[in-house]
Design a protein around this ligand. Sequence first.
Ligand SMILES: [Zn+2]
Length: 461
Amino acid sequence: MLKIFNTLTRKKEIFKSIEKNKINLYVCGVTVYDFCHIGHGRTFVAFDMIMRYLRYSGFQVKYIRNITDIDDKIVLKSIKEKIDLNVLTSSMIKEMHKDFFSLGILPPDEEPCVTNHINHIINMILILLKKQHAYINEKNDVIFSVDSYPYYGILSGQVLKSLKSGSRVPLNNFKKNPLDFVLWKNSKKEEHSWHSPWGKGRPGWHIECSTITSVFFKNSIDIHGGGSDLLFPHHENERSQSICFNKKSIVNFWMHTGVLMVNNKKMSKSLGNVYLLRDVLKNYNAEVLRYFFLSTHYRHPIDYSEKNLQQSYTSLKYLYTALYNTNPNSDTIEGSHFIDDFHQAMNDDFNTPTVFSIFFKLAKEINFLKKQNMFKANKLSFILRNLANTLGFLLQDPESFLQEKSRLTESMIKKIEYLINKRNIARQCKLWKEADNLRKTLLSLDIVLEDLHDKTIWRKK
Ligand SMILES: [Zn+2]
């Protein structure tokens, strides 16, 4: 029985899909004005894991992740760097796809860009105006009125009173309530804009997700996800608009990923500690980064550091070493308590840290059995590989993962292969001492050898 923590009710609830065996999953996507950083990686790897597990559990999942290809940051960057806005966004979308592919993030079923839905957005705003949930201010912006929805603040748990009196929301002459937000923003002449009943302009941020979910899901969403930084105001505002538009709540479960810290500090441009996915992936195997992201429960804060990445590498190495030299094949993965344990952990709000500890127990058992009963070792290897694969792990050949070829220079690989070859010739000539010395030389380079009946394989220590 799957349980999911619902941000709306602040508790773990038994998950039941709206339609039998089908799940509508919506996750707020990237605002494409720059390359993706590790914070994006954490969120989208988490939802990738969730989506993979739901499919593995037999659900037919329709997964939609939008792309915000118009907003203030995009407009500012295109003006500042004198790049055509469409050229900027399409190149950033391409780069995002590259990064996500490297990280093993499966593509969503649909990835709608906001700019392809401007007419739908205008229609939704017209209805919100008609229902008196919005008003037009002196600047000809269309503004959502939070006072028109009595339950505003429920999702994010923010108390309206404290928000009103606090400094978080600056007073603004163009809003009736400081918490009111823009649905349609009038544009300055030179800015990218679209025609609308309120003059040339562009949509506000929150309305895009309300519109896209209404277009793609007909207002019935099992799970709506995003980073915890989106909870307020984005999701609060999105939810309010959608409810006012539909006269009912359309999302059953709200899920949020925890914040990503860098060496226990907030990641921000002003602190200069923003790590791009592409830069981290130059030094680490993508699976190591993916392992790091899921080694902490998706709802908890996670701390990015070299030390923690190294730890993830060591853990993955342990799992691959167990698979190394086994022949994982079997007809079935039935009949092992490890499988039940795996499901129990995943059904408990996708508890990947517990899942990883189950993988460790499996690896330990495989290592033990390798010396006694290869048949059983192969069977457990099959189970380990199968379970890990469902979450996007242990997809590589153990030998190539352990060789870390991507981290070795071309000349180093050549040197290793040369020394192994030399050693094999020495062994064929029964020059055992020389062969042993060559093995020691390789060991001093952190290279471990294993002689199989027809070849010698190597890996990093
Ligand atoms: Zn959104």
